[in-house]
Write a protein that binds this ligand. Structure first.
Ligand code: NAI
Ligand code: MG
Length: 357
């Protein structure tokens, strides 16, 4: 049966990099004999909002729920729609309603991309950040009292459940076990946040009993961020609560150079609902329309999607293709963010040619 994929370009450079993501995806599918069926959607974009006064149609859930995966570009056009409206009205709806409780980001230094960290080579930085994506510090429990008076008080509770914590830890352990180093690092702050974080540490230890082959360490979040910069080679799989993971999953890819190459996945591991694959970057209004956005973030997201759907070989071929194009370093092909003078389409086509083999 064909894999059914919803294609949602969104806004700004999302509309420019998506065609390259699709081109790469189709080439890999063709080469490895994977049947895919793509369906385009114009919602979850600010253009759709301008026309309909909302980011999504009322029946979006039913329209999307039976797809095998969602392939997303980027959302946001702050000039016309405030960011909290566009983001909460689209991406965050998908993440919550489709229970995509794992946010997964690879942090890997690619050939031909200069790390902002001195003297780092490809191979030195190669790890994943696994972020809890549904609860924790990002809760709606709390409130304001005595607003506007001297007694004004605001409270927002962190909510960690055993169900929510154990399932993301299980995913992280499984991922660590599947990798050669088999190493898991937990982000904590049990010295300062003295109720939830010691409990988090206990859950890490308890889950670890099922994975004796995985070695585990933990760092408080403050020194952990420092170690991302000073010792990125220490890490293999890093698991974190929603807030800590949010910070680490921006810092990690930042240590590997341009934001234009970083991919991410929002995963519902059980497959009850579709998972969503998207570049880390946003709609980049500053370069939108110029045709110079780096398409690798979108293309690498396609590889993560194929891997998630069980097509490891096809995923590997996509990664090998963009690594080869980067390593070759042809300035006429590379986009400006990686030191070239090329275009989104030119670089996308060069990568696709490689995928075809
Ligand atoms: P951004 O990621 O869109 O851009 C940040 C900087 O990186 C800009 O200078 C941009 O030109 C550059 N950049 C981004 N992607 C690039 C690429 N593929 N190639 C070359 N350079 C690239 O973040 P910003 O400017 O903070 O947000 C712009 C809009 O995007 C906002 O509306 C924001 O809410 C939205 N956004 C959406 C995200 C999503 O859809 N997941 C994630 C982040 C931001
Ligand atoms: Mg973030």
């Amino acid at each position: 049966m064909a894999q059914r994929i919803a294609v949602i370009p969104g806004d700004g450079i999302g509309k420019e990099v998506m065609p390259e993501g699709v081109r790469a995806l189709e080439a890999a599918a063709e080469r490895f004999g994977i049947e895919i069926e793509l369906t385009d959607f114009d919602f979850a974009s600010c253009d759709y909002y301008a026309e309909h006064g909302q980011m999504l149609p009322d029946d979006w859930f039913d329209q999307l729920k039976d797809f095998d995966a969602l392939f997303y570009g980027a959302v946001g056009w702050p000039e016309t729609v405030p960011d909290h409206v566009s983001l909460w009205g689209s991406l965050l709806q998908f993440r919550r309603r489709f229970d995509q409780y794992v946010n997964l980001r690879p942090c890997r230094l690619l050939p031909g991309v200069k790390s902002p960290l001195a003297d780092r080579q490809p191979g030195d930085i190669d790890f994943y950040v696994v972020r809890e994506n549904t609860e924790g510090e990002y809760s709606s429990v709390g409130g304001k009292m005595f607003e506007g008076t001297e007694r004004e008080v605001v409270i927002q509770e962190t909510v960690m459940t055993r169900h929510g914590t154990d399932r993301v830890l299980r995913f992280a352990y499984e991922l660590a076990r599947s990798r050669p180093r088999k190493k898991l690092t937990s982000a904590t702050k049990s010295n300062g946040i003295a109720i939830t974080m010691p409990w988090w540490d206990e859950r890490v230890k308890a889950m670890g009993a099922n994975y004796p082959e995985v070695s585990v360490d933990q760092f408080h979040i403050d020194i952990l961020t420092a170690n991302f910069v000073m010792h990125p080679d220490w890490f293999d799989v890093v698991v974190a609560s929603n807030l800590f993971g949010d910070i680490l999953s921006d810092l990690g890819p930042a240590c590997t150079g341009t934001i234009g190459v970083a991919p991410s996945a929002n995963i519902n591991p059980e497959g009850t609902f579709p998972s969503l694959f998207e570049p880390v970057h946003g709609s980049a209004p500053d370069i939108a329309g110029k045709g110079i956005a780096n398409p690798i973030g979108q293309i690498w997201s396609a590889a993560m999607m194929l891997e998630h759907l069980g097509h490891q070989e096809a995923a590997d071929a996509i990664v090998a293709a963009f690594e080869a194009v980067l390593a070759e370093g042809d300035r006429n092909v590379l986009t400006p963010d990686v030191g070239g003078t090329g275009t989104t389409e030119g670089m996308g086509r060069a990568i696709t040619e490689r995928i075809k083999g």
